[in-house]
Design a protein around this ligand. Structure first.
Ligand code: NAD
Length: 247
């Protein structure tokens, strides 16, 4: 697949899936804005793309803050010449907690970083995406479809991401396509935060018929496909990268 000549903005590009997604877009020819709240991590991803002869910038931004999101998009457009693909990928995990013990602060933080971020990104990027028949990608989770005990705020944020994706796909067609990716447990630093006394990584793996966790590269390949012209009739979908998991 070819991303030649496109400008792609990936949030959470400093680690895990975001890093793999940014590098995959870079290696298929896109100019990539690597955004993360962690400036050093975003810069490392930018350098990795540049050292493979790609074009990239690093942008420090907190995706839950409107001003940061606006600046992130303005810098991308002014330094890379436009915007074709916005991938709202940054997210934070929740420690498994009974719902009555979840603080309002935790709830608000999960919803702001994992869901409001996609609203803010869409709102600020839309004028640029409309100019170029662009694409929005949202990283949700299989948790949106098959919830797990103890993850009320996380599951609500990811369920909201899938619903928002389907709603925006209708509202923005035919100008802009919008799709979500729902990864199953994936080998990234976040995975350890999800495992715990009640569920080990081995337990998670045992629920996946393909008998392996997803890799960041599995998700990156799906992202590049959904953003490509080959996917031009695909909008409003929530693509499960889940190794066949059905429980
Ligand atoms: P990760 O922790 O490796 O990477 C997340 C990145 O997001 C980090 O670089 C972090 O600095 C950045 N980030 C966090 N808060 C931010 C903020 N407010 N503003 C900007 N950047 C911020 O995690 P990952 O596993 O690569 O997660 C990527 C996405 O995939 C998340 O949305 C996550 O919910 C989702 N997801 C993860 C799994 C999994 O098993 N790892 C499964 C399904 C979905």
């Amino acid at each position: 697949m070819d991303s030649d000549g496109r400008v792609v903005l990936v949030t959470g590009a400093g680690s895990g899936m975001g890093k793999a997604i940014a590098r995959e877009f870079g290696s298929t020819g896109a100019a990539v804005a690597c955004a993360d709240i962690d400036r050093r991590a975003a810069t490392e991803t930018k350098r990795a793309i540049q050292s493979a002869d790609g074009d990239a910038i690093a942008v420090e931004a907190d995706v839950s803050e409107s001003e940061d999101v606006q600046e992130m998009i303005e810098r991308t457009v002014s330094e890379l010449g436009g915007l074709d693909v916005l991938h709202n990928n940054a997210g934070i995990p929740q420690r498994a907690t009974p719902v009555e013990d979840v603080s309002e602060e935790t709830w608000d933080q999960l919803i702001d970083v994992n869901l409001k971020s996609a609203f803010l990104g869409t709102k600020h990027a839309l004028p640029h995406l409309r100019e170029r028949n662009g694409v929005i990608l949202n990283t949700a989770s299989t948790a949106a479809i098959r919830p797990r005990t103890g993850l009320s705020a996380y599951v609500a944020s990811k369920g909201g991401m899938v619903a928002l994706t389907k709603q925006l796909a209708k509202e923005l067609a035919p100008d802009v396509r919008v799709n979500a990716i729902c990864p199953v447990a994936t080998e990234t630093p976040m995975l350890d935060e999800f495992s715990g006394a009640d569920l080990s990584v081995g337990d998670m793996e045992s629920t996946i018929p393909m008998e392996q966790l997803a890799t960041p590269q599995d998700v990156a390949t799906a992202a590049v496909f959904l953003a490509s012209d080959e996917a031009d009739m695909i909008t409003g979908t929530a693509l499960e990268v889940d190794g066949g998991r059905d429980i």
